[in-house]
Design a protein around this ligand. Structure first.
Ligand SMILES: Nc1nc2c(c(=O)[nH]1)N[C@H]1C(S)=C(S)[C@@H](COP(=O)(O)OP(=O)(O)OC[C@H]3O[C@@H](n4cnc5c(=O)[nH]c(N)nc54)[C@H](O)[C@@H]3O)O[C@H]1N2
Ligand SMILES: Nc1nc2c(c(=O)[nH]1)N[C@H]1C(S)=C(S)[C@@H](COP(=O)(O)OP(=O)(O)OC[C@H]3O[C@@H](n4cnc5c(=O)[nH]c(N)nc54)[C@H](O)[C@@H]3O)O[C@H]1N2
Ligand SMILES: [Mo]
Length: 758
């Protein structure tokens, strides 16, 4: 049976007559996901795009006016490629390459070769470059601030203290934002074995106790017996300061550690104790902000100092206004406990955010598809997309520098869905009308495709061959084509090869290799890298025929920052001081009022501390039944809808106050927009919150109401700070009411009107 590999794991497929007729989990996966069920029926069907499409208004010269609400004309590949190549040449000739936005952020599909954005970047580099985006939606604030604090991204993107050094060592795991195994269903590049649930259970069995700090009780598996603490959303920095104040004033801070391994504690202490502003950040002070009980805060601080404590921080905490501060304060608190670098102690960002986190990493990374060099210097921090489109020539700050937005005339997106990931989608939709040409590669008629002028239909992993080399798991999988391509869809690589051909550059792009030729080349280079670290890979044909290969010995597990701890002189951090910087002169020197030189509580732009009566803080977390927006129209995802909409959960008391019952269609509004959703009342949700996961396909009605529950019509599009310019999706308040009258039809899973072309 063909084995499929996706970001969310492996599946065995039954293929009959060129179609997948059944999907089941890989038998050796200890905790397989059902997300793969979403492939049933969706690889074919009306939402799949089988031919290149041109937006009608684009053909009529409407200058983008009807983007997102238009019909399409089906055309041949020849016509589409001529149109794309002609527009590209014109844009470059008239405005230069910086007028092309090719950031193309997004997860696309697993596989080392068919990485859509990598294919796009190689192609655009070949024709003179493009304006790019930097950093991720996942953890932009952390990516930028962490190097200022510890000199690297360790403990965020990798090198976490491994699970094996948590079980049997950690007495108390304090999890800000929980440890949702829902999110550990996925890993970028694929999952071989879903192990996080068992890792957590093993820690519990070995005696670890869990304290869960967050708005949703079920962000930690029930069998871990976690103590649940639900502060007001976005007040974790105040809570951590309250904990720190107890440590400091009760003599529980580890002075020897702070003196030897950190700089700036005394300055921080002055802020903590109120020497500078007259406000001690005491447990009582924190209680007022967080809504918790001061005695509870004091008790938690003492327990954290009593044994070995791991402080976990979900990425979500920094996807919020002033998100940099949550990262900085997490590390400061861990430094005060003095256990950084010891087994089971210290801190880690994103445990359970993905399956790979906390696994012992390979000592090297796999090579991929070569992208060449981009001669255009222009970039944006990824979440500043609408800002860039609205303000050509406008200035922005970023990590100590000042830059200007280019004047974008063409957008090219392959392998991401901005109408999923971007905050304030009504704003994006207005800004999206400004460029002259928008080209999108998509397999499906989602909002991303519908907002394009030229839609190039692409294949999905079961329709092509690829290499599945995992991150954080020592497994290599052959991703073999299982079914023929749908309609006339082609791989992103084949599409770019054809466009390069129209520009006379086919050889420069494809180097004369076909798909298998590229896989062989990437495999050969991978084998060389692995051999340099003592790992011998079989030859390509042996690997391909057997379908998988496992690297046997892995490096010994080591705590995060263990070398620094054992000898800070020999292993300094790459910060100006060589130590952990609780105060950063560099960051202070930038002079940003929204990101000073040490961890600071600054109230977020929107929260229950400044919201009108009746407001709920929105938790727009990751969806359990899919990855982002992918396969929202699949059976597993649809099985979770309520009244045909994305489910929105709130506490029964909040429902009762508003006359809302489970199953009702509700209207959710913010200062940016409104959507419908299906109500679910649950006491797993803290009072004062509304949880509406990301991922519902956008279905905007002409009057701007999303009829399906796409949470990003509600969210705030504001940067975390001038330092990182990260997204702040988790800083949003909303108001909900029962929908009066009949609910309008939900049309996200109905394709646009298509006219056959000439
Ligand atoms: N409110 C709110 N918003 C958020 C978040 C949040 O917590 N709250 N989280 C943010 C985070 S962490 C992230 S990472 C982003 C995720 O945002 P994205 O990564 O942009 O979301 P996806 O839905 O994975 O988009 C992938 C797109 O690629 C398409 N695709 C799949 N395979 C291929 C392929 O082979 N080729 C091509 N050309 N296309 C393909 C899919 O159909 C889909 O449209 O969302 C962010 N947005
Ligand atoms: N099934 C599935 N898994 C996924 C993804 C997916 O789309 N589907 N996406 C993947 C990606 S790209 C990423 S980056 C990771 C994201 O990993 P995370 O950012 O950790 O994921 P979220 O689900 O957004 O947030 C986790 C929890 O944080 C809590 N939270 C939010 N705001 C606050 C706050 O202010 N304070 C506290 N204490 N808690 C808060 C919420 O209860 C939320 O459920 O997940 C990955 N895993
Ligand atoms: Mo992410």
């Amino acid at each position: 049976m063909p084995v499929l590999l996706n970001h969310w794991g492996r599946a065995e497929a039954r293929v009959e007559g060129g179609r997948i007729t059944a999907i089941g989990p890989a038998p050796d996966d200890p905790n397989p996901t059902r997300i793969n069920d979403n492939l049933m029926g969706t690889l074919t069907g009306t939402m799949r795009i089988g031919q290149p499409m041109i937006r009608r208004g684009f053909l009529d010269g409407d200058a983008g006016a009807r983007r997102g609400e238009d019909g399409f004309v089906a055309v041949s590949w020849d016509t589409a490629i001529r149109l794309v190549a002609g527009n590209l040449t014109r844009i470059i000739g008239t405005y230069g390459n910086r007028a092309i936005f090719g950031g193309s952020y997004g997860w696309a599909s697993a596989g080392r070769f068919h990485t859509a954005s990598g294919q796009l970047h190689r192609f655009l580099n070949l024709v003179g470059g493009f304006t790019r985006s930097v950093n991720t939606h996942s953890y932009a604030a952390a990516e930028v601030v962490l190097p200022h604090i510890i000199g690297s991204q360790d403990g965020l993107s990798g090198n976490h203290t491994p699970w094996g050094l948590i079980a049997g060592h950690t007495d108390l795991f304090v999890a800000f934002g929980g440890l949702p195994t829902r999110n550990a269903q996925v890993s970028f590049g694929g999952v071989g074995a879903h192990t996080v649930r068992d890792r957590l259970a093993a820690a519990r069995a070995a005696g670890t106790r869990f304290v869960h700090i967050g708005p949703l009780r079920d962000d930690v598996d029930a069998d871990l017996g976690a103590e649940w603490v639900a502060p007001r959303m976005n007040t974790d920095v105040a809570l951590m300061l309250g904990l720190a104040h107890v440590l400091e004033t009760e003599g529980l801070a580890d002075r020897a550690f702070l003196d030897r391994y950190t700089v700036g504690y005394d300055r921080f202490r002055a802020y903590l104790c109120g020497d500078a502003d007259g406000v001690p950040k005491s447990a009582d002070w924190a209680a007022g902000i967080t809504g918790l009980d001061a005695a509870q805060i004091r008790d938690l601080a003492r327990r954290m100092a009593r044994g070995r404590t791991m402080i976990g921080m979900a990425f979500a905490l920094q996807r919020a206004d002033h998100g940099e501060q949550a990262v900085w304060m997490t590390i400061t608190l861990a430094a005060m406990l003095g256990q950084i670098g010891l087994p089971g102690g210290g801190f880690g960002l994103g445990y359970s955010a993905a399956n790979q986190i906390g696994n012992v990493p390979l000592p090297f990374s796999w090579p991929g598809f070569p992208q060449g060099a981009n001669p255009v210097p222009d970039f944006i921090p990824v979440a500043r997309l609408s800002d860039m489109l609205e303000h050509p020539g406008g200035g922005f700050d970023y990590d100590g520098g000042t830059y200007r937005y280019p004047d974008i005339r063409m957008i090219w997106w392959a392998g991401g869905n901005p109408f999923h990931h971007q905050q304030d989608l009504n704003r994006l939709r207005r800004a999206w009308k400004r460029p002259e040409v928008i080209v999108v590669h998509e397999p499906f008629w989602n909002a991303n495709a519908r907002h394009a002028d030229i839609v190039l239909p692409c294949t999905l992993p079961p329709e092509r061959n690829d290499l599945g080399f995992l991150k954080g798991e020592p497994h290599l999988y052959a991703m073999k084509q299982a079914v023929p391509a749908f309609g006339a869809a082609q791989s992103d690589h084949a599409i770019f090869t054809a466009i390069a051909g129209a520009l006379g550059q086919a050889d420069a792009f494809a180097e004369g290799r076909d798909e298998m030729g590229w896989l062989r080349k990437i495999y050969r280079e991978s084998a060389e890298v692995a051999a340099g670290h003592g790992y011998n890979l079989p030859d390509f044909d042996t690997f391909w025929d057997s379908g998988e290969f496992r690297l046997e010995t892995l490096p010994a597990p080591r705590p995060l920052l263990h070398a620094f701890r054992s000898d800070p002189g020999a292993h300094p951090r790459r910060t100006p001081s060589g130590r952990i910087e609780i105060f950063s002169a560099t960051v202070a020197g930038f002079g940003y009022d929204d990101c000073p030189g040490l961890p600071t509580w600054m109230p977020p732009a929107e929260w229950l501390g400044n919201a009108p009566e009746g407001a709920l803080h929105l938790v727009s977390n990751q969806p359990s039944r899919k990855l982002h927006s992918q396969y929202d129209h699949g059976p597993h995802s649809r099985g979770g809808k309520v009244a045909g909409r994305e489910p929105a959960r709130m506490h029964p008391d909040e429902g009762a106050r508003r006359g809302i019952s489970t199953g009702d269609v509700i209207v959710v509004r913010s200062a940016r927009g409104a959507c419908l959703a299906g109500a679910v009342l649950s006491d797993d949700v803290a009072r004062g919150c509304l949880q509406l996961a990301t991922g519902a396909w956008l279905d905007l009605s002409p009057d701007g109401l999303d009829r399906h529950g796409n949470v990003n019509v509600l969210t705030l599009d504001k940067p975390t700070s001038r330092l990182a310019q990260g997204p702040t999706a988790h800083t949003t308040v909303v108001f909900v009411e029962r929908l009066a009258g009949e609910a309008p039809e939900m049309r996200a899973f109905t394709p646009p009107e298509i006219t056959p072309g000439p």
